[in-house]
Design a protein around this ligand. Structure first.
Ligand code: NDP
Ligand SMILES: O=C(O)C1=N[C@H](C(=O)O)C[C@H](O)C1
Length: 247
């Protein structure tokens, strides 16, 4: 399988290049970074392209890959419903091509999100805290958004109302961002890589579900699994959980 990497000079892209290089069944055929023409992906005969670029360019990259007939595995964050819908529409005209957009490829993070959604219906309160390195450009993290959306879906399905919160006076931002009714807090700290804690509260008890990525190698098994699987999954898939039988 021939693989191109977009954002190849970045923290994630360079780690993906090493992982693809080390995999006997994969061949790294193009490293693309800022200023390079995406046409090289087609010229190199890539079957799959992996995108770890920046939120402002990732959607345009995916449309170009679809025009080139190349499957896409996207780890870049910053996607909203409108952008996903545009890709879905483009895919209707791109027969047999698969696109995966996944906010987190670490297997433990995907499991933490699944566990949180499973637990959500049994708790009155829930908040999400994500903690990252200070070079990250977006907040809250894509993982925290996806986590909150999964929890909100589970609470709605169980007929739960809003989380309790008596706050009427606050400094702007003190209660974090609100994603689908769930409060999400973002910490940026030198020394961190990527971490998330989901706090679930009931009278007299708390359940904390926590995941820590200490190194970017944590994302590689998920990325390689997606690269190997995406060709058999035409259309748009959002979240690695669907490729792990957890969705
Ligand atoms: N899904 C997951 O499991 C994970 C997702 N991420 C996400 O991946 C993204 C990248 O993270 P990270 O590697 O830390 O970021 P980096 O800033 O280290 O890497 C991004 C790279 O993309 C390059 N780039 C910018 N524009 C383009 C373009 N048009 N075409 C090709 N390359 C371009 C950047 O170049 P330059 O610096 O010169 O602008 C840089 O080399 C973020 O959105 C992050 O949230 C991160 C970790 C895990
Ligand atoms: O920027 C990062 O580093 C990460 N970004 C992703 C996100 O926004 O969720 C995944 C992981 O948390 C690392």
């Amino acid at each position: 399988m021939r693989v191109a990497v977009l954002g190849a000079a970045g923290r994630m892209g360079s780690t993906v290049c090493q992982a693809v290089d080390a995999a006997a069944d994969l061949e790294l055929v193009a490293r693309v970074d800022v200023g390079d023409d995406l046409a090289v992906v087609g010229e190199a005969g890539a079957d799959v392209a992996v995108d770890f670029t920046v939120p402002s360019v990732t959607e345009a990259n995916v449309h170009t890959l679809l025009d080139l007939g190349v499957h896409a595995v996207v780890g870049t964050t910053g996607w909203d419903d409108e952008a996903l819908l545009r890709v879905r529409r483009h895919l209707d005209r791109a027969d047999g091509i698969g696109v995966l957009v996944a906010p987190n490829f670490a297997l433990g993070a995907v499991l933490a999100m699944a566990f949180a959604a499973r637990a959500a219906r049994w708790f009155e309160s829930v908040e999400v805290v994500e903690l990252h390195h200070p070079d990250k450009v977006d907040a809250p993290s894509g993982t925290a958004r996806h986590t909150a959306e999964g929890i909100a879906r589970a609470r709605r399905a169980a007929g739960l109302g809003p989380v309790p919160d008596a706050t009427t006076q606050q400094l702007d931002g003190a209660r974090g961002a609100v994603v689908d009714g769930i409060h999400v807090h973002a910490v940026r700290l030198r020394g961190l890589v990527a971490h998330e804690a989901i706090l679930l509260g009931n009278p007299g008890e708390q359940l904390t579900i926590r995941h820590d990525s200490f190194d970017r190698t944590s994302f590689m098994p998920g990325v390689l699994h997606a690269v190997r699987s995406i060709g058999a999954r035409p259309g748009l898939t959002v979240g690695l959980e669907h490729l792990l039988d957890l969705g």
